[in-house]
Design a protein around this ligand. Sequence first.
Ligand code: PHB
Ligand code: FE
Length: 320
Amino acid sequence: MSKSAVNEYGYQSFTVGGFRFERDEYFAHIAWPGGSHTMPVDAFLRALMRDISWNFFYGIVNFDHIFGTTNHYGNVDVFAGLYNGAFRSRNAHHVENFRTEQVRAVFEAMLDDWTNDGFDPFAAPEETGSAFGPKRGGNQRAISRKRLVATRMTGMKDDIPLRSDSDGYPVNRQFADVPQDEPEIHAEPGFENEVHAFNFFAYVSRSDVTWNPSVCSAVKDSQVCATTEEYVLPIIHGNDRVEWFVQLSDEIHWDIQDRETGAPRARVVMKPGDVAAMPADIRHQGYSPKRSMLLVWENNDAALPEMYATGKLKPNPVDF
Ligand code: PHB
Ligand code: FE
């Protein structure tokens, strides 16, 4: 990583391998040997925030239709145009592979330097300030949030705690009608630390972030993740395994595209109670007109990407 002196707007520029990143008042500018790309800086920072806090996530994190990362779990590809049909057909794409820690260090330093006071990349647009303008302080508290990962289940002893007003997690403005009562638990003696229940809707209604699935229960590789959504999923996620979605409230519109080229494949409008299995060979981006609750069911088995890549498993888990 190399850091330069600040530019006329007060921002540092960053490099990793042949990639160079600069920001001005409105945009992130990305350059690589043979090409360059510009993104609105608010969208860039929202994507960067998730890429870092999810440790490059499952498979591909497209920041937009050109730039992104592919997770190989230990090393990471940083690419431009790799999953863009037009770039690929002209052989205009560029990709470099790095150790995960090397990209992380650069991306974390960039997020820190480029995030201004009052801008929270995890917040809904209505609930945060502007990302734009010359450098204006920072927001270390917002950008150092970690993804919540329960070992067994949220609210159990020594696990991720439930949320409350007194812990600084009030009910979100759009979930004021969500009942906050908790279930009664009557465990047989000796099983007090094994039997557990909590009001999932109440817990999710108190999330202060958007598009940030947190693991609420884990049984071996089966992870039930809860998230509240509002506005646009800041990344276009290229799956390396199947993901199940259960729409718990309100509505999300999904654009589903071919993972390799970005060619449109489907539009899915999910309403409360709808369940979708997102195939392993797609990319998707969601639009949530109001704050909504989504349950994402992930399979954390490290053997899956290889099984899909080699055709041992077919990309869709069910046929209708
Ligand atoms: C996804 O890419 O599957 C995804 C990511 C973040 C969310 C929801 C879904 O909040
Ligand atoms: Fe996904």
